[in-house]
Design a protein around this ligand. Structure first.
Ligand SMILES: Nc1ncnc2c1ncn2[C@@H]1O[C@H](COP(=O)(O)OP(=O)(O)OP(=O)(O)O)[C@@H](O)[C@H]1O
Ligand SMILES: Nc1ncnc2c1ncn2[C@@H]1O[C@H](COP(=O)(O)OP(=O)(O)OP(=O)(O)O)[C@@H](O)[C@H]1O
Ligand SMILES: [Mg+2]
Ligand SMILES: [Mg+2]
Lengths: 165, 169, 169, 165
């Protein structure tokens, strides 16, 4: 329905505006309707101003800036409609060290209410996890999983996993 | 409904029965390229009732069954079990009062499919409806972000991005 | 034609004149997200005659001119110089005998464009033709792989991938 | 022309078959024409068998395996038609440690005949470079470049660059 879309848009926009400066350490962003007078068909645009830079559309942003903006949007929706668990597969891939750190901190914060499963190659993201699973293919074509638990006194040490970034 | 365990057998590269216990908080899954991490994500989505082979990077539904390797013959079927705790009684009727919910999906090379809830045969639709409205249905699309999906959101046209908002509505 | 120097002024985030000397072998360009690395790649492609704003992540050609920041006003024009050594005399006529080739491109906010070869005014076409057949023309597409292009090649339809082979033909 | 496409296809295929096992440490791959009897319109398919795995189309491969396969194809074309310089922007992003190492070694090898400019966040790739440029934005929105040269006795030490992965 048109009103439902309008109110959902508002709610997501509010949270998106809050998450963006947390991930970018400043700056601002907002969602915009491409057709504010046609709520049944309007698209959703993203207007962005990274800290210290000027306001612009998303197209000119860098690869990492675009990814981080998308993460802010995903988290905004997630914050509005939390699900019991969330799975994020390598969303941190294009991020530099600083941005990965802020991303990981935010995930830890949100994990107090939801379970998060993060597929990653990044060391900083691994450090934020309470539990680590290593997947290996010693026998080609056949996957095996080894679990390593961090946050318990009885942490078993498993074989070295590919903590390569 | 908290996810407690993922059990994979004969699904994609998981030739042998493999279980992951999912604790609270943040779990990281790591390993080299091609070792099977994203296949675990596919297993979760498949068990929740995804019917699109393309969504699982395949061309036919049969592509999810372990297809063999240099030293191993293909498997006869794929099976994934997802175990949820229902302590908060958030599961929809008629499963509301059960403390635990085990969702099972099997696909045989013959093309036959089986779906179970706590060992009882159900239809695919029962599995899909179990998750509707909980925020993790495969249709929702914002709680499971598969590899490359961030790039898709980034380069999406405004009309495509609308769908994300609609799913949250 | 070896690339010897890239000189960027007023192009995208390069408000101040910036020069990179390109040595033989492997050069790595590093820095945090959004600091300007890919903008250097855009500068090279633009100076070689790229006419597609979308190729440079913009909507209009004017988008490549430094647009200002919180503390800086927009620039009046963008300029990129590429200096090539022509020791092997591989440059096409009439530039064949010159030891060095400096390609200059400018775009003014008024919309005016200027192209120079060794300080001499030429047309855009002269710049584009300079690179044809050398393997680095912006049309070739296999020697300059911009960010995200690998993913495009991966997910391309067979007909789209044909274009890569055709470019090499 | 049809014959030119056919011979170019053959030549690229030959090199692609050679580069693939170098990057994957084994396995094999080949290019295939979707319409071998219609050379004017035929598309190009990629058939892949990572080491120890079974033959399959590219779709089921992992993110990193797909990227590495595309790199093998790009290098095959490059080897057939070398250009004086090549610019690769973050092609190593989805690769794990082992694959980045093999990618970097291959670039070093090919750089004896061509200049390579690699944009990267990866430490292993940085180590393969003879010259390193750091791009910074101390003043928001304004890029600056600092050069650090490795392979010369007079290597100047520049400020710390974001060598974050
Ligand atoms: N039905 C199947 N039978 C056997 N192997 C399969 C099957 N389907 C997929 N695979 C294999 O699984 C591998 C891909 O696994 P996956 O996508 O989980 O890797 P990944 O760990 O996510 O790697 P990356 O870090 O590169 O993303 C491929 O090599 C593919 O051959
Ligand atoms: N005309 C312009 N004027 C000013 N700034 C611009 C202009 N065009 C682009 N930019 C800025 O350049 C930045 C992007 O730079 P670039 O794409 O080179 O980053 P990058 O170093 O490649 O980062 P990443 O590692 O994330 O890929 C954006 O923040 C954008 O705002
Ligand atoms: Mg993966
Ligand atoms: Mg970039």
């Amino acid at each position: 329905s048109r009103d439902l879309f309008a109110s959902t848009f508002e709610e997501v926009d509010t949270r998106f505006r809050a998450f963006f400066p947390r991930l970018f350490r400043g700056g601002r962003a907002r969602l915009e309707l491409t057709q504010p007078d046609n709520l049944l068909e309007s698209g959703v645009e993203i207007v962005v101003q990274p800290p210290g830079k000027r306001l612009q559309s998303m197209t000119l942003l860098s690869g990492g800036e675009k990814a981080l903006t998308a993460v802010a949007l995903i988290f905004a929706i997630f914050d509005l409609r939390p699900s019991p668990f969330s799975v994020l597969d390598e969303v941190d891939a294009p991020l530099d060290e600083g941005n990965v750190g802020r991303f990981a901190d935010l995930v830890v914060e949100m994990s107090s209410h939801s379970q998060f499963i993060l597929i990653t190659h990044n060391k900083r993201t691994m450090e934020a996890a309470g539990t680590l699973y290593g997947v290996t293919m010693e026998e080609p074509g056949v996957s095996k999983v080894v679990g390593v638990r961090f946050d318990h006194a009885d942490a078993e040490s498993g074989p070295e996993v590919d903590a390569d970034r | 409904m908290k996810l407690r365990r993922i059990d994979i057998f004969g699904f994609k590269s998981f030739r042998e029965r493999t279980a992951l216990d999912v604790s609270d908080g943040v779990t990281a899954v790591v390993g080299p390229n091609g070792c099977g991490k994203s296949n675990i994500v596919d297993a979760i989505r498949w068990a929740m009732g995804s019917q699109s082979p393309k969504d699982l990077r395949g061309r036919a539904m049969e592509d999810v069954i372990f297809g063999g390797s240099e030293r191993n013959r293909p498997a006869g079927y794929a099976e994934v079990n997802l175990v949820f705790s229902n302590e908060l009684r958030t599961a929809p009727a008629p499963w509301r009062e059960l403390p635990e919910l085990r969702v099972t999906r099997r696909l045989f090379r013959t093309g036959d499919s089986e779906y179970e809830l706590n060992g009882q045969r159900v239809r695919l639709r029962d599995v899909q409806e179990l998750f509707l409205g909980t925020g993790v249905s495969v249709q929702d699309g914002y709680s499971i972000i598969e590899q490359g999906r961030v790039g898709f959101i980034v380069s999406a046209r405004p009309e495509e991005r609308r769908a994300l908002i609609e799913e949250a509505a």
